[in-house]
Design a protein around this ligand. Structure first.
Ligand code: 7RM
Length: 637
C-alpha cells in the first residue's frame, strides 16, 4: 500500500485502510525509520489497565533517526537556525554534522558527570540551541529528560524533580525574554534546597548574570565540553533502546491538584511525531519550519526538536517573544530566515492582530507557504486575519488539535489536501479513530452532533503512564468511558463530519494555550495566610483565550484589599509561576455550595463571564443569598 497522500481522495483511501488494517498501516509508517532491530509484535494493548505496547522487540535510538541517518547525504544541510531574543545579536546555524557533533560531545559530558541509561535529568533552560542539544544528548545515552518550562517557579521545579527523582539538572546562568532577564540558576538554587536526589548541576553561560556555584555540585557546561575535548574522543555511540523504554516525562496540569508526569516512549513517540510532522505540514526538502512554541511544552518537543529533525528538516528556534522589540518580530524573522512554514498559537495571533496592520508594513512574507495553529480553539476572526494578512490567502491554514498526552497532532487538515473551514480542526489523521460520547458513555453516531471527544483505538504516540502513579493515568484518561481514551475536550462534528473542538469539559483552564488546573491555582491561593477558601474558574479573554478568575474568602485582612490582592498574586507566582496568576480576584464572603459542600462552579463560571440573569437551577444551593452578593460584587471587580 502506498501511504503517500497527494490528494483528498488519497487521504480518504488511506484513512479507510488505516482503520481496517491499523497494524499494517503503522508498520508501513514505522518502516520509514532506522531501527537497530525490527519489532516482533506491532501492537499489544488494552485500555482497561491501561497497557499499550508498540513495536515490541524493536531496538533503536531516536537520535540516530534525528541525526546519524542524515549525515552521509544531508550532513551539510542546516538542522537548526537559531534566532536570538535581541535582533542585534548574531543568529546561529547548525548543520546536521555540527549538531551531531555537539550532541555527542555533551552526551559524553553527561556520562562524565555520572549519568547512566534510565536516569532522569531535569532541563530548565532558555530557548538556545544548547537546549535542543541537551534534550538530544539525554536521548543519546538513554537518560529520561524532564524539561521544565523557564516560566515555572522554584517550587514547581522542586515538585517535578522530586516526583521523578532527577539525578542531574541542566540549566543556564540566566536567559533573555523580551526586555527581561530571567535568573534561571538562582531559581534552580532555590528549588534544590528541597531536592535531595540531585547530584550535579550543569550550567550553560548565556546572560552572564552573576551566579553562585556550589562546590562539588555545580559545573559549567563550557568546562565540561573542554574536558571531553581533552579526552580526545568526541564520538558517542547511541545507547540501544527498547521501543517501549521511556524517552521523556513532561508534566502537565489536570483537573486535580498536582501536575501529572506524562510518559512517552522511544519507538512510538518517534514514529508518531515524524509521521505527523511530514503529513500535516507536507514538509518538502529545503523548507524552513518555524514553530514559535517553547521547548518546555509538548509542541516544542514534538515540532521544534524531534519531529522536524527525524525528517531531516530545517527547524527555526526563536529565543524571544512575539512583541519585542516590537510587534513585527515574527515577520522580521520570517523574512530574515525565509521561513516557509509558520506554526504558532491563537493567543499569539490575537495579540499581534491587536496591533493592527502597522507592524506588517514593509515586511516581505512571500517565503511563507503553509500556516499552522495549535494550543486552543482559534476564533474565526483570528483565523481569517492569519489567512489574509499573513498567508495572503495563498497558504493553507492547518488548525491542529492534539495534547501533551497524544505526543503529536491528531485531528487536523493536511496542508493543501484537506479543504479547510475556519474554526475547525477538520478530520482525523490516518490512524486516528475519534468518537463523540454522551454523559452516559454512549457513542453518538452520525453528523451534526456534539459530545465529549474520545479516541477508540491506540496510536503509537499515546501516553503510556503517568510517572510513578499508573492508577492516576487510568482514572484520568481510561476510566471515564469504557474502552476509550478520554481527551477532556468537548467537541462538535458538523454535517460534513468535520470536527470542531469547543474546549475543556473538566476543571482545566487554557490560558494562552497553557493548561492550568483550577485546583492547582486554588491550592496556591490558599497558601496565603489571609485566605480561608477560594474557587477558581476560567472566563473568556480577548487575547489569552481564557483568563483566570478567582473568588476568594478572606480572614483577618478584609480591609486591605489592594495589598492582599498583590500578595495573593505574588503567592501564586512563587508556588506555580507567573503564568498562573489570576487576571481577576473577587473577594467574597461565601461561595455557592450544594448541601453536600460542593462548590457550584457552573454558577461561578457564568458570573465570571458577565452573565448575571440566567444562572440556571440554583435550588440545590445551601445559601442562595451568596449568589446575589457575588453577582453584585462582580460588577465592581
Ligand atoms: C498541543 C497542546 C491540550 C489542550 C487540548 C485542548 C487544547 C490544543 C487545540 C486545542 C482547540 C486546537 N497540548 N487544544 N489544540 N483546542 N483547537 N487546535 O496544546 O496538552 O498543552 O493542551 O489544548 O483543550 O485538550 S496541551
Amino acid at each position: 500500500m502506498n501511504l503517500e497522500i497527494t490528494s483528498f481522495k488519497d487521504y480518504k483511501r488511506i484513512y479507510d485502510y488505516s482503520i481496517a488494517e491499523p497494524e499494517k498501516f503503522w508498520e508501513g509508517i514505522a518502516d520509514t525509520y532506522y531501527w537497530r532491530k525490527k519489532w516482533h509484535t506491532v501492537l499489544e494493548w488494552n485500555f482497561k489497565d491501561p497497557s499499550i505496547k508498540w513495536f515490541q522487540g524493536a531496538k533503536l535510538n531516536i537520535t540516530e533517526n534525528c541525526l546519524d541517518r542524515h549525515l552521509e547525504k544531508e550532513g551539510d544541510r542546516t538542522a537548526i537556525i537559531w534566532e536570538p531574543n535581541d535582533p542585534e545579536e548574531h543568529y546561529r546555524k547548525l548543520t546536521y554534522k555540527e549538531l551531531h557533533f555537539k550532541v555527542c560531545q555533551f552526551a559524553n559530558a553527561l556520562k562524565n558527570n555520572g549519568t547512566k541509561k534510565g536516569d532522569c535529568i531535569c532541563i530548565y533552560m532558555p530557548m538556545v540551541p544548547e537546549l535542543a542539544i541537551a534534550v538530544l544528548a539525554c536521548a543519546r545515552i538513554g537518560a529520561v529528560h524532564s524539561v521544565v518550562f523557564g516560566g515555572f517557579s522554584a517550587q514547581s521545579i522542586a515538585d517535578r524533580i522530586n516526583d521523578a527523582q532527577c539525578s542531574l539538572v541542566i540549566t543556564a546562568d540566566g536567559g533573555f525574554r523580551g526586555n527581561k532577564d530571567i535568573p534561571l540558576k538562582n531559581v534552580i538554587d532555590d528549588a534544590l534546597v528541597q531536592c535531595h536526589s540531585v547530584q550535579k548541576v550543569i550550567v550553560l553561560t548565556r546572560n552572564r548574570t552573576p551566579v553562585s556555584m556550589i562546590k562539588g555540585r555545580d559545573v559549567w557546561w563550557e568546562d565540561e565540553i573542554k574536558k571531553v575535548e581533552t579526552q580526545g574522543n568526541p564520538a558517542c555511540l547511541a545507547e540501544e533502546m527498547d521501543a517501549e523504554d521511556e524517552l521523556f516525562i513532561l508534566y502537565t496540569s489536570g483537573s486535580t491538584g498536582k501536575p501529572k508526569g506524562v510518559v512517552h516512549t522511544c519507538g512510538g513517540y518517534m514514529v508518531y511525531v515524524g509521521y505527523t510532522f511530514k503529513t500535516v505540514f507536507q514538509y518538502q526538502p529545503d523548507e524552513v519550519f518555524f514553530c514559535t512554541a517553547d521547548i518546555g511544552w509538548i509542541t516544542g518537543h514534538s515540532y521544534i526538536v524531534y519531529g522536524p529533525l527525524s525528517q531531516g528538516a530545517t527547524t527555526l528556534l526563536f529565543e524571544g517573544i512575539p512583541t519585542w522589540p516590537d510587534a513585527g518580530r515574527f515577520w522580521d524573522i520570517v523574512e530574515k530566515h525565509q521561513a516557509n512554514i509558520l506554526y504558532t498559537a491563537p493567543t499569539a495571533i490575537r495579540s499581534l492582530m491587536s496591533f493592527g496592520d502597522e507592524p506588517l508594513k514593509g515586511k516581505n512574507l512571500s517565503s511563507l507557504k503553509k500556516l499552522g495553529s495549535v494550543g486552543e480553539p482559534i476564533n474565526e476572526e483570528a483565523w481569517h486575519w492569519f489567512d489574509e494578512k499573513i498567508g495572503k490567502k495563498n497558504c493553507p491554514v492547518v488548525d491542529t488539535w492534539w495534547q501533551t498526552e497524544t505526543s503529536g497532532i491528531m485531528i487536523s487538515p493536511i496542508a493543501r489536501i484537506t479543504p479547510t473551514k475556519p474554526g475547525y480542526a477538520t478530520l482525523p489523521l490516518p490512524g486516528i479513530q475519534p468518537c463523540l460520547v454522551d454523559e452516559n458513555g454512549k457513542e453518538i453516531e452520525g453528523n451534526g452532533v456534539s459530545g465529549n471527544l474520545c479516541i477508540k483505538f491506540p496510536w503509537p504516540g499515546i501516553i503510556r503512564t503517568t510517572y510513578g502513579d499508573h492508577e492516576r493515568c487510568r482514572t484520568a484518561y481510561f476510566a471515564t468511558y469504557e474502552n476509550m481514551y478520554f481527551t477532556g475536550d468537548g467537541c462538535l462534528r458538523d454535517e460534513d463530519g468535520y470536527y470542531r473542538i469547543t474546549g475543556r469539559v473538566d476543571d482545566v483552564i487554557n490560558v494562552s494555550g497553557h493548561r492550568i488546573g483550577t485546583a492547582e491555582v486554588e491550592n496556591a491561593i490558599n497558601m496565603h495566610a489571609d485566605v480561608i477558601e477560594s474557587a477558581v474558574v476560567g472566563y473568556p479573554h480577548d487575547i489569552k483565550g481564557q483568563g483566570i478568575y478567582a473568588y476568594v474568602i478572606l480572614g483577618s485582612s478584609i480591609h486591605a484589599h489592594d495589598l492582599t490582592r498583590k500578595n495573593i498574586l505574588q503567592t501564586v507566582s512563587r508556588i506555580i509561576g507567573a503564568i498562573a496568576k489570576p487576571d481577576k480576584i473577587q473577594f467574597v464572603s461565601g461561595l455557592p455550595k450544594t448541601r453536600s459542600g460542593k462548590i457550584m462552579r457552573r454558577i461561578l463560571r457564568k458570573i465570571a463571564e458577565g452573565e448575571t440573569s440566567n444562572l440556571g437551577d440554583t435550588s440545590t444551593l445551601l445559601d442562595p443569598n451568596v449568589v446575589e452578593e457575588i453577582k453584585s460584587g462582580s460588577l465592581f471587580s
